[in-house]
Design a protein around this ligand. Structure first.
Ligand SMILES: Nc1ncnc2c1ncn2[C@@H]1O[C@H](COP(=O)(O)OP(=O)(O)OP(=O)(O)O)[C@@H](O)[C@H]1O
Length: 285
């Protein structure tokens, strides 16, 4: 359900806290119906960027458009079309799950049906329970449900599975896939690279307020090959290159000149995790 007009357009966005430049001029576009992952180490500027998009933080410069609006204007129309899953807010512990979702539904002009939202968030069985009795994973599903009930076009998920057990994570991934199937646009920040690899159509890797790489998770490493081998002293070695033919020629020639073999030699296209670690470690150096 992608249309020509992007869900989000960011050009030259900057934001400083006092003397500290948290976001240093970033550009990216999120298409409608896309799941977009923002990755990066602690302090990279992910939350700052998302808060600007959500209209919670005022940018210093650059242009930002969300569903055609400037989020800096905090328009009510934009708010009703955007869903935000905050870290568990624990509202109304005395209400049941169904009552909580019903209450939030009443705040929106055209809410989704409560039963449908409960099913989508995997909360059918929890519907009659009081919110305060939910486990951490169930409470997080309720957060999802509350972000969905207004039937938003665009949903921001901030580290949606942090602290989840593996089962709860898979359940949350199913919810996110269901959102994509409904044609929603999802912006996801996460520290779990497998989560980004599995769910995101495209990712941007941020560090020090700059985007280091952007693209589909499988394509990011397409031109960076990992060449690994075991050296004569038994230590594992690895090098990254855009031209494995040249690197292999160099390595094998050197090894032959020393009368050695490159044991366990392999050439692989790196995973998102490899690309992420290489990029974020490189630029610390
Ligand atoms: N309100 C604030 N006042 C001052 N500095 C801030 C504030 N919020 C964030 N920062 C700083 O700005 C930088 C970017 O922070 P931000 O929270 O955007 O990073 P992040 O990528 O979301 O990190 P994390 O993965 O740890 O959540 C960090 O150096 C942080 O310390």
């Amino acid at each position: 359900m992608t249309s020509g007009v992007p869900a989000i357009e960011v050009h030259g966005l900057t934001k400083a806290y006092g003397a500290h430049q948290a976001v240093r001029g970033i550009d990216f576009t999120v298409a409608r119906g896309e799941v977009f992952g923002l990755l990066g180490p602690n302090g990279a500027g992910k939350t700052t960027t998302v808060e600007v998009l959500e209209g919670y933080r005022v940018r210093d410069s650059g242009s930002v458009t969300v569903l055609g609006y400037d989020p800096g204007n905090r328009s009510a129309q934009l708010r009703s079309r955007v869903g935000i899953v905050l870290q568990s807010c624990g509202t109304y512990p005395h209400l049941t799950v169904a009552e909580t979702v019903e209450h939030f539904a009443s705040l929106y002009p055209a809410p989704r049906q409560v039963g449908e939202v409960l099913a989508l968030a995997g909360l059918d069985e929890c519907a009659p329970r009081r919110a305060r009795t939910l486990s951490g994973g169930q409470a997080r599903r309720l957060d999802f449900a509350l972000a969905l009930v207004g039937d938003p076009e665009l949903i921001f998920l901030d580290e949606p599975t942090t602290g989840f057990d593996p089962g709860a994570r898979r359940a949350a991934w199913e919810v996110i896939r269901a959102l994509r199937d409904l044609g929603k646009t999802v912006v996801l920040t996460t520290h779990y690279l497998d989560e980004a690899q599995t769910l995101a159509d495209r990712v941007a890797i941020l560090q020090g307020g700059r985007i280091l790489a952007e693209g589909p998770p499988d394509a990011l490493g397409a031109s960076r090959y990992r060449v690994a081998w075991r050296a004569a002293d038994g230590t594992g070695e690895e090098r990254f290159t855009e031209d494995p033919t040249a690197l292999l020629a160099e390595l094998t020639a050197d090894a032959l000149a020393r009368g050695e073999r490159l044991e366990e030699l392999s050439v692989t296209r790196p995973s998102l995790e490899d690309v992420y670690l290489e990029l974020t470690t490189e630029s610390y150096a």
